[in-house]
Design a binder for this molecule. Structure first.
Ligand code: ADP
Ligand code: MG
Length: 256
């Protein structure tokens, strides 16, 4: 467990890894992110919850610059987000993203999905990239699927490949946007287990999810969003047992 034991050293380090300062974003007349201040510490697991349409996905997408922002700033490990080019490609590799829809390259094998970025963006040689890909695929429990195409895998297996693909880039932080929402119920746990293991290994994670069991057991902090704002932030125990805002109380009463 050398190359694949992610970010263990990060846990020991201190400091702010992702910092959003007064971030604002509009889609036309819709003020989708309103004065978002959010700091994610190294090794921290932050679960973002809130009603549909509250801006959770947009928030994730701004952090790896799939969306631009209108005002405010975002820094990753002390550096502002690059606008374009090679620097942006590297930033996106530093910020691993796992989406609701698995987003694997359909015409590449599982193994190729996990080696491509390493070779192209990280300039790892092909043999090393393959070794690392196989180790990561084993780690997420899909080592036997390496030579198959994504469509030949179950949703849960595809999502675990997507996690392995992101990890292969040695990201500083992993973003998960409802990673289990598109899965059949029996596959949800196999993905959550991989995520829990990652959290225990010290990975810095931002996780948008409706899986409150995961939030309770793996999160250091819960961030509750509504209408483009962060309404409440608290430790999971406190948030679930004693939410302060009416919006959070109302939301929890509907989902718990
Ligand atoms: P959530 O992930 O919390 O459900 P989103 O960030 O996806 O919320 O969306 C927040 C709001 O922004 C919603 O009203 C949505 O319709 C709108 N929205 C999201 N993406 C776009 C876009 N590309 N163009 C216009 N409106 C968008
Ligand atoms: Mg969303």
């Amino acid at each position: 467990m050398t190359e694949v034991s992610v970010a263990k050293e990060d846990k020991a380090a201190t400091g702010d890894l992702v910092v959003l300062d007064s971030v604002n974003k509009h889609f036309g007349a819709l003020h989708v992110l309103q004065d978002i201040d959010l700091t994610i510490h190294r090794g921290e697991v932050v679960v973002v919850i809130g009603p549909s349409g509250s801006g959770k996905s947009t928030l994730c997408r701004t952090i790896n610059r799939l969306e631009t922002i209108d005002a405010g700033s975002i820094t990753i490990d002390g550096k502002p987000l690059p606008a374009e080019g090679k620097e942006l490609a590297r930033l996106r590799a530093d910020v691993g993203m796992v989406f609701q829809s698995f987003n694997l390259f359909a015409h590449k094998t599982v193994l190729e999905n996990v080696t491509l970025g390493q070779v192209k963006v990280r300039k790892v040689d092909a043999k090393k990239a393959e070794e690392k890909a196989r180790a990561l695929l084993d780690r997420v429990g899909v080592g036997a699927q390496a030579d198959k195409y994504p469509a030949q895998l179950s949703g849960g297996q595809q999502q675990r490949v997507a996690i392995a693909r992101a990890l292969a880039m040695d990201p500083k932080v992993m973003l998960f946007d409802e990673p289990t929402s598109a899965l059949d119920p029996e596959m949800i746990n196999e993905v959550l287990e991989v995520m829990k293991q990652l959290a225990e290994d010290g990975m810095t994670m931002i996780v948008v999810t409706h899986e409150m069991g995961f939030a309770r057991s793996a999160a250091n902090r819960v961030v509750f969003m509504a209408d483009g704002r962060i309404v409440e932030e608290a430790a999971p125990d406190q948030f679930f047992s004693n939410p302060r805002s009416d919006r959070a109380k109302d939301f929890l009463s509907k989902i718990l």
